[in-house]
Design a protein around this ligand. Structure first.
Ligand SMILES: NC(=O)c1ccc[n+]([C@@H]2O[C@H](COP(=O)([O-])OP(=O)(O)OC[C@H]3O[C@@H](n4cnc5c(N)ncnc54)[C@H](O)[C@@H]3O)[C@@H](O)[C@H]2O)c1
Length: 318
């Protein structure tokens, strides 16, 4: 059999030494695609990603490149942007650094894909979108929650008409983030809790709920959100105590154009006593269900109502 034509696609991966960059995007995505031999297109050709690891710490980059078997790494972002072999720019840096770097990449004609949020203000996010459109480059932002198995199953239930008319939605997201003062280190970076470093759960999580709501429940008409900083002091990566200046909890209510009311609590200061780190309860005129990360559960009587309403399909989502 003839060897398929292979397109080697250079991808600049900036911020790849961070939590998201290393685990989600490099190891679980790009390295996994490389291990399976690339992506085969419908016409039988192969797209093979060729990442360039970009960051500020040479020792970390070298270690990562060795452990993942990736040859190319550098601390010189500009040089990677000038290299025509790199056609995609990916960004998983801290949120506040995203705008400048993505804009630079767009100006160099790179297609761009980045972590959420795109920027720290709607005005900057729109500016990036318009610049990408004007430059004619492809652009995208991570919307990972939409493909959680639990949310995919929830979408199937909605499409089958299981809920009848949806009335309201209650989302609970969060877990306890240790303050680092005791024997357990904080599981999240300290910049998350500092406004001056563009941290805060409102900008971190509301962007997720925007695309989840718009894809599952309808267009958003209005949003009101109360933020709070419940834990006042934490310990950083160097063991120093710092004052928390950013919100660690967000209590948000969305009103949708179709009159559905969606309430979402997001918190890094809550101990989980529910089925999952994220649960979304949907109440409708014919049925109710609760979606978690992987499963959807619903009371039997909702199933009976659905059957009685002569829905064409009933599916068990587990
Ligand atoms: N999709 C999701 O569910 C999800 C989850 C968590 C975080 N995120 C987003 O991903 C992004 C990264 O978050 P994280 O938790 O991985 O953070 P992190 O602190 O672990 O990583 C940040 C990265 O930015 C780099 N960086 C920071 N300051 C820099 C500087 N001055 N110069 C050059 N590089 C610098 C770091 O070296 C690191 O590689 C954030 O925007 C966050 O909102 C998304």
């Amino acid at each position: 059999m003839a060897t398929p034509k292979t397109h080697h696609v250079g991808i600049i991966m900036n911020g790849v030494t961070g939590r998201m960059g290393t685990n989600q995007h490099l190891i679980r995505s790009i390295c996994a695609i490389r291990k399976q031999g690339g992506i085969r297109t419908s016409d039988g050709e192969v797209i093979f990603p060729e990442p360039v690891l970009v960051g500020r710490n040479p020792a970390k980059l070298q270690e990562l490149s060795k452990s993942q078997g990736i040859d190319k790494w550098t601390t010189d972002l500009d040089a990677t942007l000038d290299d025509p072999a790199n056609i995609i720019y990916f960004d998983a840096q801290t949120t506040g650094r995203r705008f400048d770097a993505v804009m630079k990449a767009i100006k160099k004609g790179k297609h761009v894909y980045c972590e959420k949020p795109i920027a720290v203000s709607s005005a900057e996010a729109l500016e990036l979108y318009r610049a990408a459109k004007a430059a004619g480059v492809k652009n995208g932002v991570v919307q990972d929650k939409l493909w959680l198995p639990g949310l995919v199953k929830l979408k199937s239930l909605i499409d089958y008409g299981f809920f009848g008319e949806i009335i309201s939605v209650r989302g609970e997201f969060g877990y306890w983030v240790f303050d680092g003062k005791g024997p357990v280190a904080s599981q999240r970076p300290s910049w998350n809790y500092k406004k001056e470093e563009d941290g805060g759960i409102i900008s971190d999580m509301i962007c997720h709920w925007q695309y989840v709501i718009q894809n599952l429940f309808g267009e958003i008409k209005s949003l009101s959100c109360l933020g709070a900083t419940h834990v006042k002091e934490r310990v950083d990566e160097s063991g120093n105590v710092y004052k928390c200046t950013a919100d660690d909890s967000a209590y948000a209510t969305f009103e949708l154009k179709n009159d559905v009311i969606v309430h979402f609590n997001s918190s890094w200061a809550v101990r989980v006593r529910r089925d999952d780190l994220l649960t979304i309860q949907v109440d409708g005129t014919k049925g109710s269900a609760v979606a978690g990360l992987r499963h959807v559960i619903f009371p039997l009587r909702s199933l009976r109502t659905c059957l009685a309403s002569k829905a064409s399909h009933i599916i068990v989502l587990d």
